[in-house]
Design a protein around this ligand. Sequence first.
Ligand code: UD1
Length: 342
Amino acid sequence: MSNQGKVLVTGGTGYIGSHTAVELIQSGYEVILVDNLSNSELSVLDGIEKITGSKPQFEQFDLCEKDKVSKLFNENEIGSIIHFAASKAVGESVEKPLLYYKNNLLSLMNLLEVMNEGKSDAMVFSSSCTVYGQPDKLPVTEDAPVVPAESPYGNTKQVSEEIIRDACKANEKINAIALRYFNPVGAHESALIGELPSGVPNNLVPFITQTAAGVRPELRVFGNDYNTPDGSCIRDFIHVVDLAKAHVIALERILESKQKSNFEFFNLGTGNGYSVLQLIDAFEKVTGKKLNYKIVDRRPGDIEQIWADTTIANQELGWKAELGIEEMMSSAWKWQEKIAGK
Ligand code: UD1
């Protein structure tokens, strides 16, 4: 049984981190959020407080600084870690690979080191379906081969999983679960927290909502000549609140010693594939807004289609995504309207 104590949420003011913090607090956990605010804002804490009625403890620093990580663990009773903090822009990682390897790997190693020192024994790690590349078989299962990554960002997720696997093998007292996310979208139903992309969004849904709001003149759809029913890429979009809930369940699996081995990994998706054009259609239907979009060339590095086999996550975690594409689109739009009105 893992020691209890606070749950450290790294990247806690980020998109998935903030939604997970809400679910943790609402499930009765005490949390400490750490973030260097490189890609998020302090105002997120107000959103979390408004939803949950309690302001979480927050520490601003960079997890690459080992002395600060050690100090945090020495000064707080931290039972477990949910590790989100990482750089995540695929294109930027191609231009600045060393920054990505340093940020994403050093912060993880610092956390694993304090775990090895006996200060915490449970970690839930934020991984990605990017580890599968374009799988041969769909839906993709957890035993599909991990293929060479298309980008340094993708590689940091693969290497991180390997580092955690090796660390768990060498020290049976530490426990970890890697969650391989498909495409997280949407926002909390309160519209008090959501995704806050800095600058021009890379990801599809923030680009859709910003185009509908008039922030961007048009959406470019990258390719309609893929071997899919409508020619556009297919992804497994999952509501961020469903994803956040899965983190609480994964954490409890570790805390309640239900793991089959001290390192496990699960797919987190809905199990349904939607094409980019289907998603645009769903957005238009749900919001009544007409999207100005045009088809352009394929984006280099994009895979054609992927969606998750969620059987193992459903059976082992007892978790299933509950929110559909309508809730994803309506909450993303509600959030966009909220931030546009600020
Ligand atoms: C990427 C990463 C994934 C990461 C996720 C969130 C890869 C292969 N995938 O997912 O690991 O977790 O970002 O950061 O590294 N699209 C458009 N127009 C746009 C934007 C996107 O048509 O303006 C299309 C893309 O071509 C793609 C789909 O929408 O087919 C989804 O793109 P995006 O939201 O960027 O996510 P992924 O590339 O699937």
